[in-house]
Design a protein around this ligand. Sequence first.
Ligand code: NAD
Length: 302
Amino acid sequence: MSENKRIGFVGLGNMGYHMASNLAKAGHPLAIYDIRKEVVDSFPGEDVLRLSSPKEVADQTEIVLVSLPTPQVVKSVVLDENGLIYGSAIRVYIDLSTSGRTVSKEVGKALAESGIKTLDSPVSGGVPGAEKATLSIMVAGEKEIFDQCKHILDSIGNKDKVLHVGEEIGQAQALKVINNLLSSSALAITSEAMVLGVKAGLDPNVMIDVLNVSSGRNSATEDKFKKSIINRKFDYGFQTALAYKDIKLCLDLAADLEVPMFLGNNMEHFWKFAMTQGAGDKDYTTIIKYFEEWAGVEVKEQ
Ligand code: NAD
Protein backbone atom coordinates (compact mmCIF):
# COMPACT_ATOMS: atom_id res chain seq x y z
CA MET A 1 0.00 0.00 0.00
CA SER A 2 2.06 2.91 -1.26
CA GLU A 3 1.77 6.34 0.33
CA ASN A 4 0.63 7.98 -2.89
CA LYS A 5 -2.19 5.66 -3.82
CA ARG A 6 -5.59 7.30 -4.04
CA ILE A 7 -7.56 7.14 -0.79
CA GLY A 8 -11.36 7.00 -0.45
CA PHE A 9 -13.28 9.23 1.95
CA VAL A 10 -17.03 9.04 2.67
CA GLY A 11 -18.81 11.61 4.87
CA LEU A 12 -17.66 15.22 4.49
CA GLY A 13 -19.37 16.73 7.53
CA ASN A 14 -18.08 18.90 10.37
CA MET A 15 -15.25 16.45 11.00
CA GLY A 16 -14.88 14.62 7.69
CA TYR A 17 -14.45 17.73 5.55
CA HIS A 18 -11.38 18.84 7.52
CA MET A 19 -9.95 15.32 7.77
CA ALA A 20 -10.27 14.81 4.01
CA SER A 21 -8.70 18.24 3.40
CA ASN A 22 -5.75 17.32 5.63
CA LEU A 23 -5.26 14.03 3.75
CA ALA A 24 -5.17 16.00 0.50
CA LYS A 25 -2.71 18.51 2.01
CA ALA A 26 -0.47 15.61 3.04
CA GLY A 27 -0.30 14.56 -0.62
CA HIS A 28 -2.90 11.78 -0.74
CA PRO A 29 -5.07 11.99 -3.89
CA LEU A 30 -8.72 11.46 -2.91
CA ALA A 31 -11.93 9.82 -4.11
CA ILE A 32 -14.86 11.27 -2.16
CA TYR A 33 -18.57 10.76 -1.58
CA ASP A 34 -21.26 12.33 0.64
CA ILE A 35 -25.05 12.29 0.25
CA ARG A 36 -24.85 16.09 0.11
CA LYS A 37 -23.86 16.46 -3.54
CA GLU A 38 -23.14 20.17 -3.13
CA VAL A 39 -20.37 19.44 -0.62
CA VAL A 40 -18.82 16.85 -2.92
CA ASP A 41 -19.00 19.22 -5.90
CA SER A 42 -17.45 22.14 -4.04
CA PHE A 43 -14.65 20.13 -2.36
CA PRO A 44 -11.44 21.81 -3.55
CA GLY A 45 -8.74 20.15 -5.68
CA GLU A 46 -8.37 19.39 -9.37
CA ASP A 47 -7.18 15.87 -8.72
CA VAL A 48 -10.18 14.85 -6.55
CA LEU A 49 -12.48 12.10 -7.88
CA ARG A 50 -16.03 13.19 -6.96
CA LEU A 51 -18.17 10.05 -6.95
CA SER A 52 -21.84 9.14 -6.60
CA SER A 53 -21.94 6.19 -4.19
CA PRO A 54 -19.86 4.41 -1.54
CA LYS A 55 -19.40 1.49 -3.97
CA GLU A 56 -17.86 3.80 -6.59
CA VAL A 57 -15.35 4.99 -3.98
CA ALA A 58 -14.56 1.37 -3.09
CA ASP A 59 -14.14 0.53 -6.80
CA GLN A 60 -11.41 3.17 -7.09
CA THR A 61 -9.46 2.88 -3.84
CA GLU A 62 -7.83 0.19 -1.68
CA ILE A 63 -8.18 2.17 1.53
CA VAL A 64 -11.47 3.89 2.38
CA LEU A 65 -12.06 6.11 5.42
CA VAL A 66 -15.54 7.07 6.61
CA SER A 67 -16.77 9.76 9.02
CA LEU A 68 -20.52 9.28 9.37
CA PRO A 69 -23.10 10.48 11.89
CA THR A 70 -24.72 7.35 13.35
CA PRO A 71 -24.23 3.57 13.58
CA GLN A 72 -27.23 3.09 11.27
CA VAL A 73 -25.67 5.28 8.58
CA VAL A 74 -22.33 3.49 8.94
CA LYS A 75 -24.06 0.15 8.48
CA SER A 76 -25.96 1.32 5.43
CA VAL A 77 -22.91 2.94 3.78
CA VAL A 78 -20.98 -0.31 4.14
CA LEU A 79 -23.56 -3.03 3.70
CA ASP A 80 -26.49 -1.68 1.66
CA GLU A 81 -26.83 -1.99 -2.08
CA ASN A 82 -24.05 0.23 -3.54
CA GLY A 83 -22.23 -0.09 -0.22
CA LEU A 84 -18.46 -0.17 0.25
CA ILE A 85 -18.49 -3.94 0.66
CA TYR A 86 -19.36 -4.37 -3.03
CA GLY A 87 -16.38 -2.32 -4.27
CA SER A 88 -13.82 -4.14 -6.40
CA ALA A 89 -10.67 -2.40 -5.11
CA ILE A 90 -11.22 -1.88 -1.38
CA ARG A 91 -8.86 -3.84 0.92
CA VAL A 92 -8.98 -1.77 4.14
CA TYR A 93 -11.94 0.07 5.69
CA ILE A 94 -11.21 2.68 8.36
CA ASP A 95 -14.18 3.92 10.41
CA LEU A 96 -13.43 7.29 12.02
CA SER A 97 -17.04 7.69 13.19
CA THR A 98 -18.36 7.02 16.66
CA SER A 99 -20.45 4.06 15.64
CA GLY A 100 -20.49 1.96 18.83
CA ARG A 101 -19.15 -1.51 19.55
CA THR A 102 -22.14 -3.53 18.28
CA VAL A 103 -22.32 -2.10 14.76
CA SER A 104 -18.55 -1.89 14.51
CA LYS A 105 -18.25 -5.63 15.22
CA GLU A 106 -21.13 -6.50 12.88
CA VAL A 107 -19.74 -4.45 10.00
CA GLY A 108 -16.18 -5.69 10.65
CA LYS A 109 -17.35 -9.31 10.55
CA ALA A 110 -19.23 -8.85 7.26
CA LEU A 111 -16.22 -7.12 5.70
CA ALA A 112 -13.83 -9.81 6.92
CA GLU A 113 -16.00 -12.42 5.21
CA SER A 114 -15.44 -10.47 1.98
CA GLY A 115 -11.68 -10.31 2.54
CA ILE A 116 -11.67 -6.65 3.64
CA LYS A 117 -9.76 -5.61 6.78
CA THR A 118 -11.23 -3.14 9.27
CA LEU A 119 -9.62 -0.53 11.47
CA ASP A 120 -12.08 0.65 14.10
CA SER A 121 -10.67 4.17 14.51
CA PRO A 122 -12.84 6.76 16.30
CA VAL A 123 -11.35 10.19 16.86
CA SER A 124 -11.35 12.76 19.66
CA GLY A 125 -10.53 16.45 19.64
CA GLY A 126 -13.58 18.00 18.01
CA VAL A 127 -13.79 20.20 14.93
CA PRO A 128 -10.77 22.32 16.00
CA GLY A 129 -8.70 19.10 16.24
CA ALA A 130 -9.98 17.92 12.85
CA GLU A 131 -9.12 21.30 11.31
CA LYS A 132 -5.61 21.47 12.77
CA ALA A 133 -4.90 17.72 12.32
CA THR A 134 -4.27 17.34 16.04
CA LEU A 135 -6.94 14.70 16.74
CA SER A 136 -6.30 11.75 18.95
CA ILE A 137 -7.22 8.53 17.16
CA MET A 138 -7.83 5.28 19.03
CA VAL A 139 -7.49 2.28 16.76
CA ALA A 140 -8.54 -1.35 17.12
CA GLY A 141 -7.78 -4.01 14.55
CA GLU A 142 -4.85 -6.10 13.36
CA LYS A 143 -1.61 -4.43 14.45
CA GLU A 144 -0.03 -5.15 11.06
CA ILE A 145 -2.82 -3.24 9.27
CA PHE A 146 -2.55 -0.43 11.82
CA ASP A 147 1.20 -0.18 11.11
CA GLN A 148 0.54 -0.10 7.34
CA CYS A 149 -2.06 2.66 7.69
CA LYS A 150 -0.50 4.74 10.47
CA HIS A 151 1.01 7.25 8.03
CA ILE A 152 -2.51 7.98 6.75
CA LEU A 153 -3.94 8.47 10.24
CA ASP A 154 -0.91 10.61 11.13
CA SER A 155 -2.01 13.13 8.47
CA ILE A 156 -5.35 13.73 10.23
CA GLY A 157 -4.23 13.38 13.84
CA ASN A 158 -1.32 14.11 16.13
CA LYS A 159 1.07 11.23 15.39
CA ASP A 160 1.82 10.77 19.09
CA LYS A 161 -1.89 10.42 19.74
CA VAL A 162 -2.63 7.83 17.06
CA LEU A 163 -2.75 4.82 19.34
CA HIS A 164 -3.38 1.11 18.83
CA VAL A 165 -5.72 -0.01 21.64
CA GLY A 166 -6.35 -3.67 20.78
CA GLU A 167 -6.70 -6.31 18.07
CA GLU A 168 -10.45 -6.79 18.39
CA ILE A 169 -12.82 -4.67 16.27
CA GLY A 170 -15.10 -2.70 18.62
CA GLN A 171 -12.50 -2.15 21.36
CA ALA A 172 -11.73 1.37 20.15
CA GLN A 173 -15.45 2.14 19.94
CA ALA A 174 -15.85 1.01 23.56
CA LEU A 175 -13.05 3.34 24.61
CA LYS A 176 -14.43 6.21 22.54
CA VAL A 177 -17.96 6.06 24.00
CA ILE A 178 -16.47 5.88 27.50
CA ASN A 179 -14.43 8.98 26.62
CA ASN A 180 -17.54 10.77 25.38
CA LEU A 181 -19.61 9.86 28.42
CA LEU A 182 -16.86 11.55 30.42
CA SER A 183 -16.57 14.65 28.21
CA SER A 184 -20.36 15.23 27.94
CA SER A 185 -20.68 14.70 31.70
CA ALA A 186 -17.88 17.22 32.24
CA LEU A 187 -19.69 19.74 30.04
CA ALA A 188 -23.00 19.21 31.87
CA ILE A 189 -21.65 19.33 35.45
CA THR A 190 -19.36 22.27 34.63
CA SER A 191 -22.37 24.15 33.15
CA GLU A 192 -24.33 23.52 36.35
CA ALA A 193 -21.40 24.66 38.50
CA MET A 194 -20.61 27.77 36.40
CA VAL A 195 -24.24 28.90 36.61
CA LEU A 196 -24.06 28.52 40.39
CA GLY A 197 -20.86 30.60 40.46
CA VAL A 198 -22.38 33.41 38.41
CA LYS A 199 -25.46 33.37 40.67
CA ALA A 200 -23.02 33.75 43.59
CA GLY A 201 -21.62 36.89 41.92
CA LEU A 202 -18.44 35.49 40.34
CA ASP A 203 -17.03 36.57 36.94
CA PRO A 204 -17.12 33.48 34.65
CA ASN A 205 -13.75 34.27 33.04
CA VAL A 206 -12.14 34.50 36.46
CA MET A 207 -13.81 31.24 37.44
CA ILE A 208 -12.45 29.45 34.37
CA ASP A 209 -8.92 30.85 34.90
CA VAL A 210 -8.92 29.65 38.50
CA LEU A 211 -10.48 26.27 37.74
CA ASN A 212 -7.89 25.66 35.03
CA VAL A 213 -5.07 25.93 37.56
CA SER A 214 -7.02 23.96 40.18
CA SER A 215 -8.35 20.46 40.63
CA GLY A 216 -11.77 21.15 39.05
CA ARG A 217 -10.30 21.60 35.55
CA ASN A 218 -11.61 19.37 32.77
CA SER A 219 -12.16 19.41 29.00
CA ALA A 220 -15.06 21.87 29.37
CA THR A 221 -13.12 24.39 31.48
CA GLU A 222 -9.95 24.05 29.39
CA ASP A 223 -11.60 24.23 26.00
CA LYS A 224 -15.32 24.88 25.62
CA PHE A 225 -16.19 27.67 28.02
CA LYS A 226 -13.94 30.40 26.62
CA LYS A 227 -14.15 29.18 23.02
CA SER A 228 -17.92 28.86 22.69
CA ILE A 229 -19.96 29.57 25.84
CA ILE A 230 -18.87 32.75 27.67
CA ASN A 231 -18.73 34.59 24.30
CA ARG A 232 -22.24 33.17 23.58
CA LYS A 233 -21.18 31.86 20.16
CA PHE A 234 -22.22 28.24 20.86
CA ASP A 235 -20.20 27.19 17.83
CA TYR A 236 -18.07 24.34 19.17
CA GLY A 237 -19.16 22.13 16.23
CA PHE A 238 -20.70 19.08 17.94
CA GLN A 239 -24.45 18.56 17.80
CA THR A 240 -26.45 17.66 20.90
CA ALA A 241 -27.97 14.73 18.96
CA LEU A 242 -24.49 13.27 18.37
CA ALA A 243 -23.49 13.79 22.01
CA TYR A 244 -26.67 12.02 23.11
CA LYS A 245 -26.04 9.21 20.61
CA ASP A 246 -22.58 8.62 22.12
CA ILE A 247 -23.83 8.59 25.73
CA LYS A 248 -26.54 6.16 24.70
CA LEU A 249 -23.99 3.93 22.97
CA CYS A 250 -21.97 3.93 26.19
CA LEU A 251 -25.03 2.95 28.24
CA ASP A 252 -25.86 0.24 25.66
CA LEU A 253 -22.33 -1.11 26.12
CA ALA A 254 -22.82 -1.16 29.90
CA ALA A 255 -26.18 -2.92 29.49
CA ASP A 256 -24.57 -5.55 27.21
CA LEU A 257 -21.91 -6.19 29.81
CA GLU A 258 -24.35 -5.92 32.76
CA VAL A 259 -22.38 -3.14 34.43
CA PRO A 260 -24.37 -0.76 36.70
CA MET A 261 -23.98 2.92 35.74
CA PHE A 262 -25.60 5.02 38.49
CA LEU A 263 -24.09 8.32 37.36
CA GLY A 264 -23.96 7.49 33.67
CA ASN A 265 -27.69 6.76 33.69
CA ASN A 266 -28.39 10.18 35.23
CA MET A 267 -26.34 11.77 32.46
CA GLU A 268 -28.27 9.86 29.84
CA HIS A 269 -31.53 11.13 31.37
CA PHE A 270 -30.32 14.70 31.42
CA TRP A 271 -29.21 14.70 27.76
CA LYS A 272 -32.42 12.89 26.79
CA PHE A 273 -34.35 15.72 28.45
CA ALA A 274 -32.43 18.20 26.24
CA MET A 275 -33.40 16.13 23.18
CA THR A 276 -37.09 16.34 24.18
CA GLN A 277 -36.73 20.15 24.31
CA GLY A 278 -35.70 20.29 20.64
CA ALA A 279 -31.95 20.67 21.29
CA GLY A 280 -30.96 17.83 18.91
CA ASP A 281 -29.71 19.98 16.05
CA LYS A 282 -28.14 22.63 18.29
CA ASP A 283 -24.50 22.77 19.31
CA TYR A 284 -24.01 20.75 22.48
CA THR A 285 -22.54 23.73 24.33
CA THR A 286 -26.11 25.17 24.38
CA ILE A 287 -26.80 22.61 27.14
CA ILE A 288 -25.89 25.36 29.63
CA LYS A 289 -29.05 27.28 28.72
CA TYR A 290 -31.26 24.91 30.74
CA PHE A 291 -29.23 25.53 33.91
CA GLU A 292 -29.23 29.28 33.18
CA GLU A 293 -32.99 29.35 32.77
CA TRP A 294 -33.56 27.48 36.04
CA ALA A 295 -31.20 29.81 37.94
CA GLY A 296 -32.14 33.05 36.16
CA VAL A 297 -28.56 34.04 35.20
CA GLU A 298 -26.36 33.89 32.08
CA VAL A 299 -22.72 32.81 31.95
CA LYS A 300 -21.38 35.63 29.74
CA GLU A 301 -18.74 38.37 29.52
CA GLN A 302 -19.13 40.85 32.35
P1 NAD B 1 -21.87 15.57 10.56
O1 NAD B 1 -23.31 15.24 10.71
O2 NAD B 1 -21.42 16.98 10.48
O3 NAD B 1 -21.25 14.81 9.28
C1 NAD B 1 -21.72 13.60 8.79
C2 NAD B 1 -21.60 13.63 7.27
O4 NAD B 1 -22.06 12.38 6.77
C3 NAD B 1 -22.44 14.71 6.60
O5 NAD B 1 -21.69 15.40 5.65
C4 NAD B 1 -23.57 13.94 5.95
O6 NAD B 1 -24.07 14.54 4.77
C5 NAD B 1 -22.86 12.63 5.63
N1 NAD B 1 -23.78 11.52 5.43
C6 NAD B 1 -24.93 11.24 6.12
N2 NAD B 1 -25.50 10.12 5.62
C7 NAD B 1 -24.70 9.70 4.60
C8 NAD B 1 -24.75 8.61 3.70
N3 NAD B 1 -25.74 7.72 3.74
N4 NAD B 1 -23.78 8.49 2.78
C9 NAD B 1 -22.75 9.38 2.72
N5 NAD B 1 -22.65 10.44 3.54
C10 NAD B 1 -23.61 10.59 4.48
O7 NAD B 1 -21.13 14.83 11.79
P2 NAD B 1 -19.69 15.14 12.38
O8 NAD B 1 -19.81 16.10 13.51
O9 NAD B 1 -18.74 15.40 11.26
O10 NAD B 1 -19.36 13.73 13.04
C11 NAD B 1 -19.03 12.60 12.24
C12 NAD B 1 -18.71 11.45 13.19
O11 NAD B 1 -17.60 11.79 14.01
C13 NAD B 1 -19.87 11.10 14.13
O12 NAD B 1 -19.90 9.71 14.33
C14 NAD B 1 -19.48 11.83 15.42
O13 NAD B 1 -20.05 11.23 16.57
C15 NAD B 1 -17.97 11.72 15.38
N6 NAD B 1 -17.24 12.78 16.07
C16 NAD B 1 -17.64 14.08 15.97
C17 NAD B 1 -16.93 15.08 16.66
C18 NAD B 1 -17.34 16.53 16.58
O14 NAD B 1 -16.86 17.33 17.42
N7 NAD B 1 -18.16 16.94 15.62
C19 NAD B 1 -15.81 14.73 17.41
C20 NAD B 1 -15.40 13.39 17.47
C21 NAD B 1 -16.12 12.42 16.79
